[in-house]
Design a protein around this ligand. Sequence first.
Ligand SMILES: [Zn+2]
Length: 293
Amino acid sequence: MSIIKRAIDAQGLVRVSFIDSRDIVQKAVDIHNTTPVVTAALGRTLTMAALIGSGMKSEEDTVSTFIKGDGPIGTIVCTADGKGNVKGCVANTQVDLPLKSNGKLDVGKAVGKGTLAITMDLGLKEPYVGQVPLVTGEIAEDFTYYYAKSQQIPTAISLGVLVDTDYSVKQAGGLFVQLMPGCDDETAALIEENFTALKPVTTMLEEGMSPDLIITSVMAGLFFKDLDDAEYEYRCDCSREKIEKALISLGEKELLSMINEDHGAQVTCRFCPEVYQFTEYELGELLKKAKAK
Ligand SMILES: [Zn+2]
């Protein structure tokens, strides 16, 4: 379980949230068996998805982030809801690249050039979709750019994943700061100064800095109050019903080939180890539904 601490300044102009996401990222590593650079890329994205999810108004709302780069990692997909669930997957879990000259994992190279898209399902008729080009592929910069460009919300984001020598997750966390419309230049400059003075997230966690102290450091010089904590966990909500829907949406041709050539289907969830078996007969029932569409 990972706790998201949140705060807002007295005038309602600055919102800050911080998550120690080690548990979430470790669960992702346990499920996907990722190499360190993939752990960092997926871990940063999961951390960000949870931070966005915790800011949604309704528990039924969901957010999905799609990082589509031309690097070896392939597409990274993460989904979070307003209830505290977050999950994610990557196309290639086994990427291995040399470290950067500063000794850090080369997430930018693993992700490559491409786009970041965010889909918000807020229970309206159509989901909201926003998309921007990737700036560096280092994830935090890309989300920062997304909010500046697509939402016109000045945003500061710091995401970090520290992978231990045994490939377990030593530290992971994220800091998300947003200036609301109407924020004056003086407050904006103060927040920027406070944010810039902070060490990287994983360094702060390694040094034992508490989430409360991190938030206090961002808000230094402002009156602020804590908002309710949010609890997030890596949890997959897949079900046989959802997999059936996905199979139906593949269409008649695909279903027929599963029946006639494969004599059944075995579907593994992209986000968790769950495996769903379908017999020829069951696929035939799905085919009827696909035909009725
Ligand atoms: Zn699943």
